[in-house]
Design a protein around this ligand. Structure first.
Ligand code: SF4
Ligand code: SF4
Length: 88
């Protein structure tokens, strides 16, 4: 089974409130925008020069929090009862 097929089996209880906060002011000055290349589900994208963040498909891996060296990310797990339920 391919990784995309496995990921598609996961269940999400999406929180209406983002569990990861991103300081867009810092992102505007960010020289590399590395988050757009490391998130396995591409939750960080660029619209022109503007960073767009979506938390709905988050795997809670923490990679973005480690990769961002600009102090722009405040990372936490989703509130109780929310987030991903891994099937594989
Ligand atoms: S790496 Fe950090 S500062 Fe740079 S765009 Fe991504 S979240 Fe913003
Ligand atoms: S925790 Fe992982 S899956 Fe979630 S936004 Fe960060 S890099 Fe993407």
């Amino acid at each position: 089974m391919k990784i995309d097929d496995k990921l598609a089996l996961n269940l999400f209880h999406v929180d209406s409130e983002a569990h990861i906060k991103v300081d867009k002011e810092k992102c505007r000055k960010c020289p590399h925008k590395v988050c757009t290349r490391v998130c396995p589900v591409e939750n960080y994208t660029l619209e022109g020069d503007e960073l767009v963040f979506a938390w709905e498909g988050c795997l809670e891996c923490g990679t973005c929090n480690i990769a961002c060296d600009q102090g722009a990310i405040t990372w936490d797990y989703p509130r109780g009862g929310h987030g991903i339920c891994f099937r594989f």
